[in-house]
Design a protein around this ligand. Structure first.
Ligand SMILES: [Zn+2]
Ligand SMILES: [Zn+2]
Length: 372
């Protein structure tokens, strides 16, 4: 018997809101209610339609797959009564699509049956993430650090084979050597065979004649491992270095990767902007006024820098080649020195007198326009 469209039964459009569906249902239910002299079959039909359309998940399934998406067929699930929903009873719930996610189900249905079984993924150990903190200078010049990580390594006793040395491998009893097990699932679409990787042998079809006495068949053991990491010159805070196949080991496969997050400790003197290093240097008023040489700190050690007469506070000076090397190529950026002119705060009587005298002289000169 062909089923009528649920929207048609309730007399609403496909895009009807939840509210519209509710109202339409009430109207139709009252009209068809057997106690009010309505048609019982029609009443059931109305309720069945409403059971589906009131539930957003069921409605979506219905929109997508029609009646097949929401009703278990009576012959497959063995229930009596008419197919479809019977006034809210749970008879048709074989699968909760909402919980599993439609995508998951379909990939396992079709992947499991049409592709001829679960394929064994090449084994690969887990990726490992760690972090290391280095100084500002080490980031500029590069460094080498020793990482100590506790993670799965290849079992040294069996070399990762899982078999005790001197013993070979034999066929896995669980899967008969095929590497996969098949189970039958009952679904709304009928019985479906699903193949999955054999849990005993992990898909290889082979098990050791005698299990390794050290790793007990895991092929790996957890161990503290020392890894030397070369950090390139010019690395910046937040960089991630990947060491291929330095992560966790797994039986019969490659190691995962190791990801190292680089944190650069802030420096008291220097900050960084790309390949520029920035710092402040304090200069006394007289040197700033008359010009001269000052010693400035750089990552290469102290160097002497000339400042011209009349240097204003917060002037920037560029020291080429004293910045951060480019990660590729090694050319170094500049170091920018910001000169801060210090105004003296404590003066002796003599210094005060000299400054006053200076002021008088500059006043006179000012009037003569010397300083302008
Ligand atoms: Zn072992
Ligand atoms: Zn097996």
């Amino acid at each position: 018997m062909a089923q009528r469209d649920y929207y048609e039964i309730l007399g609403v459009g496909k895009n009807a809101s939840a509210d519209e569906i509710k109202k339409a249902y009430r109207r139709a239910a009252i009209e068809s209610h057997p106690d009010r002299g309505g048609d019982e079959a029609k009443f059931k039909e109305v309720n069945e339609a409403y059971e589906v359309l009131k539930d957003p998940a069921k409605r979506q399934r219905y929109d997508q797959f029609g009646h097949a998406g929401v009703s278990g067929s009576s012959e497959s699930n063995g229930y009596n009564g008419f197919p479809g929903f019977d006034f809210g009873s749970a008879q048709n719930i074989n699968f909760d699509f909402g919980d599993l996610g439609l995508g998951d189900i379909f990939s396992s249905f079709f992947g499991g049956s049409s592709a001829g079984g679960a394929k064994r993924q090449p084994a690969r150990g887990q990726d490992v993430e760690t972090k290391v903190e280095i100084s500002f200078k080490d980031a500029v010049f590069g460094t080498e650090v020793e990482l100590n990580l506790n993670m799965a390594d290849v079992c040294p006793h069996c070399n990762g084979t899982t078999a005790e040395p001197g013993y070979g491998m034999k066929k896995c009893d669980t899967c008969g050597g095929s590497g996969q097990v098949v189970r039958v699932m009952r679904t709304v679409f009928g019985n479906i065979q699903q193949a999955s990787v054999c849990p005993t042998c992990g898909g290889s079809g082979q098990v050791p004649e005698k299990v390794c006495s050290v790793c007990h068949g895991k092929g790996t053991i957890n161990e503290k491992q020392k890894i030397n990491l070369k950090i390139p010159a010019g690395v910046d805070d937040g960089a991630i270095i990947r060491l291929r196949e330095h992560g966790e080991a797994t039986a019969g496969g490659k190691k995962g990767d190791l990801y190292v997050n680089i944190r650069v400790k802030p420096d008291k003197r220097f900050t960084r902007e790309g390949d520029l290093i920035l710092s402040d240097e304090h200069v006394d008023m007289v040197t700033a006024t008359l010009g001269g040489e000052i010693e400035v700190a750089t990552v290469d050690g102290p160097i002497v820098m000339k400042i011209p007469p009349g240097t204003q506070s917060h002037s920037d000076f560029k020291l080429s080649g004293h910045g951060v090397p480019h990660l590729r190529g090694g050319m170094r950026g500049a170091h920018i020195v910001t000169v801060i002119v210090d105004t003296p705060t404590r003066l002796t009587k003599q210094q005060q007198d000299l400054l006053k005298e200076f002021a008088e002289v500059s006043d006179t000169r000012d009037k003569k326009g010397f300083w302008r």
